[in-house]
Design a binder for this molecule. Structure first.
Ligand SMILES: *Cc1c(COP(=O)(O)O)cnc(C)c1O
Length: 447
């Protein structure tokens, strides 16, 4: 196995190994105050100011993860992810409380049903440590606001009655911080629902507290296959001997591992850093899955980059390195539109039988299309048509299939009935109607 460093801050040098490698010790010795941090790093004025603010998003960091920071460098990419700075306090244009409109998509508390066949299930508000750019800072971190068994019951009841859901993503908070028995009961209950094909866990526990990935945990998880797990690594410095060991153990019990990272100014907004990150992830058998544009939530203003930075990173990866190591760059649409993938343009032009394409090197080529293409015989497709799909969500694919001719923005039809009095009254007639045009009696319609 490739070797990665293992670090322990000088302040923890005397902690016996059995304690250091015990996740319970790591959880109960988290750092959260100016005094705690002063023992391991030299705080800047900006960090001090933020740490003494009231109402700050929760700070709590495992000794293991805190040890990965460079004690002297305020620009350290790990430090920036976990220690607040004054920049966090500044609001920015476009900031929202719930930028993904998750609450609006929740049929029951903690369950976000945004897509036709899969749901996000928030099972706790607690994490092993807290990321400064948390997209769910509106609920995460508050120990009095966690989900209880009656919430789980309501979530499970909804899932039992919703047969179109085939994929459940456990998130939060961090599902791997749940008491092992609670997590096990949840997984068992999900597995008893026949239409749920796969369960995914989104967790940063392997990164913040790899000690939690124990034989017992792996033994328990593997009883609930097919189970997938996405971890959250943003920078190559987070890849340590401990994380490599945890990922190896999870992979060995058959759990496919992916990584979701967030594009963060001053942390990983550079193609060289991203390239090293995806290569190191490949070494520990974790496949890069998504690279997220920062959501528009409070506290993240100083982490935001232009979207062009993400496209530049994909431009620098695609073709230049292993295809499976290139994540999909996505913007999670503000207002709740879901994830929107963004890519450089590779399609330059086309005619009725030729497509002009460019590759990562700028090489421009043509693909000659068939002139006698016949789509597959529908009889071969019929056995694969899924009758259980939720209607009304075919979207742009529905346009291609001819289900409808167009998709119209709200108010489109009203706006374009130019002869309609309703429209004239809606708009300010003095301002908007061409002078001398009389109301046309033949176009009068009831609203
Ligand atoms: C990200 C997300 C999913 C899963 O999306 P995939 O593209 O399938 O990984 C599901 N529901 C919600 C609300 C999400 O935000």
């Amino acid at each position: 196995m490739p070797s990665f460093p293992s670090k322990r801050a000088a302040a923890f040098a005397d902690i016996p190994d059995v304690k250091w490698h015990d996740w319970r010790w790591q959880l109960s010795h988290r750092l959260n105050s100016i005094q705690d941090f002063e023992k391991i790093i030299r705080l800047t004025d900006s960090e001090r100011e933020a740490l003494s603010q009231k109402g700050l998003f929760r700070v709590d960091i495992t000794p293991y993860f805190a040890s990965l920071m460079d004690p002297e460098n305020p620009l350290d990419p790990i430090r920036k992810q976990i220690i607040p700075t004054a920049g966090e306090i500044n609001p920015f244009i476009g900031e929202m409380d719930d930028s993904l409109a998750e609450d609006a998509h929740s049929p029951v508390p903690g369950l976000v049903h945004r897509y036709p066949d899969r749901v996000l299930m928030l099972v706790t508000t607690q994490c092993a440590s807290y990321c400064r750019y948390c997209t769910r800072s509106r609920i995460v971190g508050d120990p009095t606001q966690s989900f209880r068994s009656k919430d789980f019951e309501a979530q499970l009841a909804y899932l039992r009655q919703t047969p179109q859901v085939r994929d459940v993503l456990l998130s939060g908070g961090d599902p791997l911080t749940l008491a092992p028995r609670v997590l096990e009961r949840l997984l068992s209950a999900l597995r008893e629902i026949p239409h749920i094909e796969i369960v995914r866990i989104g967790s940063r526990v392997p990164v913040f507290m790899p000690q939690r990935v124990t034989d017992d945990l792996c033994e328990m998880l593997q009883r609930f296959h097919p189970l997938w797990l996405n971890i959250h690594v943003n920078h190559p410095n987070e890849i340590t001997a401990e994380l490599a060991r945890a990922c190896d153990q999870l992979s060995r019990v058959g759990i496919p591992l992916g990584n979701q990272s967030v594009l963060l100014a001053g942390v990983n907004d550079d193609p060289h850093i991203q390239r090293k990150l995806v290569h190191d992830l490949a070494l520990i058998r974790v496949r890069p899955y998504y690279l997220y544009q920062c959501d528009l939530v409070a506290g993240v203003g100083h982490f935001r980059t232009p979207i062009g930075k993400g496209i530049e990173i994909i431009e620098a990866l695609r073709g230049h390195t292993s295809g499976f190591a290139v994540p999909t760059y996505v913007v999670d649409a503000p207002g709740g539109g879901g994830k929107i993938p963004l890519n450089p343009n590779y399609l330059l032009s086309y005619s009725d039988h030729k497509v002009v394409l460019r590759n990562y090197e700028g090489y421009i080529t043509t693909y000659e299309e068939p002139l006698d293409y016949e789509p597959i015989d529908p009889a071969l497709v019929t056995p694969f048509i899924d009758e259980g799909l939720e209607p009304g969500q075919s979207g742009v694919f529905g346009l291609l299939k001819g289900e409808q001719m167009s998709i119209k923005p709200e108010g489109f039809d009203q706006l374009h009935k130019r002869g309609d009095k309703i429209h004239r009254l809606r708009a300010d007639p003095e301002k908007w109607l061409p002078r001398g045009i009389e109301d046309n009696p033949s176009s009068k319609q009831s609203p």
